[in-house]
Design a protein around this ligand. Structure first.
Ligand code: 4FV
Length: 243
């Protein structure tokens, strides 16, 4: 079972999104456990202060290091775990991708740190987080939504969470390509017909068609996933960025 310990100033944001559908069932079935930790609990002084103005000026507020360090140390003491990783959600992180989610799913525990305001004190990066993860090159108001995305993406790799086992290995990005198109009833809709091959029962022809469609979808929509020779890139996020 994977345990996600989420440190946030807004635990209530997680009520709902993590209780519904596949993730909700995964928690009920004990495949994934999610614990929410209110950062305010480790706030400083009577005001339980968690943020302060940035040295050197520049407006906005910055999360102080002490409450975040104290929260992680309390989690580690209260819930000891072996293979774990502390991840800070931030725009500076490596992009959350299929491979990264699969890696995290193999751990016992992941601690997710949700930033707020302008960001966190740099010493959180230097002395607490094992790594940073980003959901994309944009700035959000907080790390909570990215943390939910990590929880959702990672849970799908836990055996037993998705209906048929290995489903996570048969989808977009699993083999570096986008997925082929899906069709379901009705056969004809507003003049648009389901491709005959999908109703042929010829599974080899269907597999060939799907492979071709996946490659074409990737070539037209996400050429960055392919090398110049059209093969699926082995380049990781960082190398891809060079383009
Ligand atoms: C973010 C991202 C993100 C930055 C300042 C929270 C915000 C505020 N996190 N991927 N993009 N975080 O924008 O993960 O603290």
């Amino acid at each position: 079972m994977l345990v996600l310990d989420i440190v946030t100033l807004f635990p209530s944001m997680f009520f709902g999104p993590l209780d519904a559908g596949v993730l909700g069932r995964a928690r009920k079935n004990g495949h994934v456990a999610i614990r929410l930790h209110d950062l305010r609990r480790w706030g400083i002084g009577r005001q339980r202060q968690v943020d302060d103005t940035p040295y050197g000026g520049g407006g906005g507020m910055v999360l102080r290091p002490e409450p975040l360090f104290a929260a992680v140390e309390w989690i580690r003491t209260t819930y000891p775990a072996g293979r774990e990783r502390v991840i800070l959600l931030s725009p500076q992180g490596r992009k959350l991708r299929h491979e990264g989610a699969r890696e995290l799913a193999a751990l016992e525990r992941v601690i997710l740190l949700c930033g707020r305001y302008e960001g966190v004190d740099e010493r959180v990066r230097e002395g607490l987080a094992d790594e940073e993860m980003s959901i994309g090159d944009l700035v959000l108001t907080g790390g909570e939504l990215p943390a939910m995305m990590v929880a959702d993406a990672v849970a799908r790799f836990i055996p037993g969470v998705l209906g048929q086992s290995g489903a996570a290995e048969k989808e977009s990005f699993a083999d570096g390509l986008l997925e082929s198109p899906y069709y379901t009833r009705p056969v004809e809709f507003r003049g648009l017909r389901v491709p005959d091959v999908l109703m042929s029962g010829d599974h080899r022809a269907i597999a060939r068609w799907r492979a071709g469609q996946a490659r074409e979808a990737t070539r037209s929509k996400r050429p960055d996933l392919l090398d110049r020779d059209g093969s699926v890139t082995r380049r990781t996020g960082a190398e891809r960025r060079e383009e």
